[in-house]
Design a protein around this ligand. Structure first.
Ligand code: ATP
Ligand code: MG
Length: 685
């Protein structure tokens, strides 16, 4: 049956409609959480398409792949309803994705023009870190670190510094001074390291995440390319604009120098990515970047949360200084106030949260409509144990990335090396999968790579230790087949078959790892080619490896666990936030400057505004923080987060099995804990 035709703007309120119907001039929609920014953006896209815009010429930039997919679904739903299409007859949809994904797509198209080879490999963070470590070692900087003589930053810190400098387009010396003061002495070494790192990437036809933005921005510096792309995309629309960085803003300005066809939406009170060089100034400065200035539409009606929840969230953010003032109101009734729940410790917290989630499920609320949020991925450990024990399926966002797991990297390295023989990092890893081959031998092998064009030839020409000859030839035969004729997804099966017998020797916990390899094979089957698969997997990694509770099937009901950062833009009927205590929110390493503290406050605001009907902030009275592994320190924290001042707490019901002990006000961390750590960090390097 043909559905009735519906106006896609029918459900919008007045300012939302104004934004959706706005013409071509630059437009900023700024509003607090749950005011319908994302929904308005979707309606605007639908309206543009209905007004005759070619969907292929609309570019929709979101903060995650998940958000892009959701947005496309919303737009599709609106279009279907308004065009009266039968369900299933999907209209053509706009380009939607993250800056990185769309950058990758454009760069592959334009590779020739950039002097890039179009077979470039995209390195994920873990690969980039390995490559940085490799170069650091090659330059002798690692040895200095080991002996303690020069205290050169570790590879992860080097990559963080590099990434920050690239994304903020700032001088290295400024980045060091502002964000990594304890590395300032290493400036010269870092400069050399970064030069060598970039040369190595070029040499190996590899781009890291930052390059996807950097090269895209570079591409936009060519006036004819910028003009052509600006015309090709009649409209560029950006969600979560407050968390874009300088490079991203530069790309947008180059695409739309006059702002014609440029729409951005966001909320400065939800800026939580400055540690990745996001600049809230982007959104504050947007109107004035054009002349005449951009149209600014503000939305002040919240459709997400009930009054008591919204009041509490407003109270938290009202204490933040100098923000673009927004007071949200809602007419969503609701008498249940948010809860501050005192529990003894993390175990009790996990039990309480699970008990109440199950009680709500009894009451008819699906697990999928509930979420548990936390500051740091590791904070969910006790909860995950409890969920596994009670066999409750869950999916975790923002945790250990699937791709960072060693066994997944093993398998992908084989495929990557086959598709880009220059990728030494992959070859290095692959060689060491053979029993008895260590880094020294693998390194010798790589020296042989200069002389040979493809992995199979490199392996065949190499003289391995006699004891492993058989295994070695097996690997060479595999690489031979992969290079000779790529058959997709057949290649994946070949690799999995070869890898299977090695898995147990290489890694502990083989059973869940085997399940991951199977998942990889399933994912492979969903992609048209090896290259497509590798690119999309890198840009849009599945979030977590299979867990104890088993991998929930999509049609099954499951609970969402997420870091607050990864929960941006989403909503659930019931939300529990773990560890709302000093040391966690704000994090113990994020209290050094007022700016860091403010970002932590916004983080709590983001967490609270994800909830529609039920919100519980959990407050364990005892909490042990295990500091970064290499220090082995355990610190005891206690006490309510300093953001829940007595005035804010009045908007909550204080409950819980433990006797609340939050009269202590903003608690002090154990003497010296924070400073101590900073000192030791410096000493370490
Ligand atoms: P965030 O800042 O968290 O990203 P947002 O401003 O993008 O929030 P949306 O996610 O677009 O807000 O909308 C929040 C909720 O309000 C959604 O469930 C959406 O469907 C609903 N909503 C938005 N506008 C309206 C409206 N005019 N009528 C009814 N519901 C609406
Ligand atoms: Mg949104």
């Amino acid at each position: 049956s043909v559905a009735a035709r519906v106006d896609p703007l029918a459900s919008l309120n007045e300012p939302q409609r104004e934004a959706a119907e706005h013409g071509d001039g630059p437009l900023l929609v700024i509003a607090g959480a749950g005011a319908g920014k994302t929904m308005t953006l979707a309606a605007r896209v639908a309206r543009l398409v209905l007004g005759g815009a070619d969907p292929n010429r609309l570019m929709l930039l979101t903060f995650s792949r998940r958000a892009a997919v959701e947005m496309q679904q919303r737009v599709a739903g609106l279009l279907q309803a308004s065009l009266g299409l039968p369900a299933g007859a999907a209209p053509v949809l706009p380009w939607a994705g993250t800056f990185h994904a769309i950058g990758a797509r454009l760069l592959r198209e334009q590779a020739g023009r950039l002097g890039l080879s179009d077979d470039f490999t995209i390195l994920d963070r873990a690969d980039a870190e390995d490559l940085m470590g490799w170069v650091r070692e090659a330059q002798g900087l690692a040895r200095a670190a080991e002996t303690g003589s020069a205290r050169f930053p570790l590879k992860g810190t080097c990559l963080a510094i590099y990434s920050r400098a690239v994304n903020s387009q700032a001088q290295l010396s400024d980045v060091l001074r502002q964000a990594f003061p304890w590395c300032a002495h290493a400036e010269e070494g870092l400069r050399g390291l970064f030069r060598a790192y970039e040369a190595t990437k070029r040499d190996q036809h590899a781009l890291d995440y930052d390059d996807l933005l950097l090269w895209w921005a570079e591409l936009m510096r060519e006036p004819d390319v910028a003009a052509w792309l600006g015309e090709r995309f009649t409209h560029v629309l950006v969600d979560e604009y407050q968390d874009t960085n300088r490079l991203q803003a530069a790309i947008l300005l180059a695409l739309k120098p006059q702002g014609r066809g440029l729409t951005v939406v966001g909320d400065d009170a939800q800026a939580i990515y400055s540690f990745r060089a996001a600049e809230v100034r982007n959104i504050l400065d947007f109107p004035g970047a054009f002349s005449p200035p951009a149209r600014v539409v503000t939305l002040d009606r919240n459709y997400r949360s009930t009054t008591p929840l919204l009041t509490a969230a407003n109270a938290v953010i009202a204490l933040a200084p100098e923000r673009f003032k927004k007071a949200l109101w809602t007419d969503r009734a609701g008498t249940a106030r948010p809860q501050l729940v005192a529990v003894d410790d993390e175990t009790a917290q996990a039990r309480w949260v699970v008990d109440h989630i199950l009680a709500r499920r009894e009451g008819g609320l699906k697990l999928k409509s509930q979420a548990v949020l936390f500051r740091t991925s590791s904070h969910s450990a006790a909860l995950e144990l409890e969920l596994a024990r009670r066999q409750i399926p869950y999916v975790k966002y923002g945790g250990l990335k699937f791709l960072e797991a060693a066994h997944v990297k093993d398998v992908l390295s084989i495929l990557r090396w086959a598709s880009n023989p220059r990728l030494r990092l992959a070859g290095f890893r692959v060689a060491q999968l053979v029993p008895g081959i260590g880094p020294a031998t693998a390194r010798r092998l790589l020296d042989a790579m200069d002389a040979h064009a493809d992995p199979a030839a490199v392996l065949q020409a190499f003289e391995p230790p006699a004891a492993v000859r058989g295994e070695w030839e097996g690997l060479a035969a595999l690489m031979q087949r992969l290079s000779a004729h790529s058959e997709w997804p057949g290649d994946m099966a070949l690799v999995a078959d070869w890898y299977g017998p090695h898995l147990e020797r290489l890694h502990d916990h083989p059973v869940p790892r085997r399940a991951d390899i199977e998942q990889l094979a399933r994912l492979a089957a969903g992609h048209a080619s090896r290259e497509r698969f590798l690119t999309e997997l890198t840009l849009d990694p599945p979030q977590a490896t299979s867990d104890e509770a088993g991998d929930p099937h999509l049609d099954e009901d499951y609970l969402i666990l997420s870091t607050i950062h990864a929960a941006k833009g989403q909503e659930w009927s019931a939300v529990s936030v773990l560890n709302v205590i000093d040391g966690c929110i704000p994090g113990d390493l994020s209290t050094a400057t007022p700016a860091q503290l403010e970002e932590e406050r916004r983080l709590l605001y983001v967490a609270m505004t994800r909830a529609r009907h039920h919100l519980s902030l959990m407050v364990p009275q005892r909490f042990y923080v295990t500091q970064q592994r290499r220090f082995g320190d355990r610190h005891l924290y206690g006490g309510l987060s300093r953001f829940i001042t007595p005035e804010v707490a009045e908007h909550f019901d204080s409950i819980g099995p433990a006797t609340p002990n939050w009269a202590i006000g903003p608690p002090t961390p154990p003497p010296g804990a924070v400073l101590d750590l900073a000192r030791r960090l410096r000493e370490r390097w």
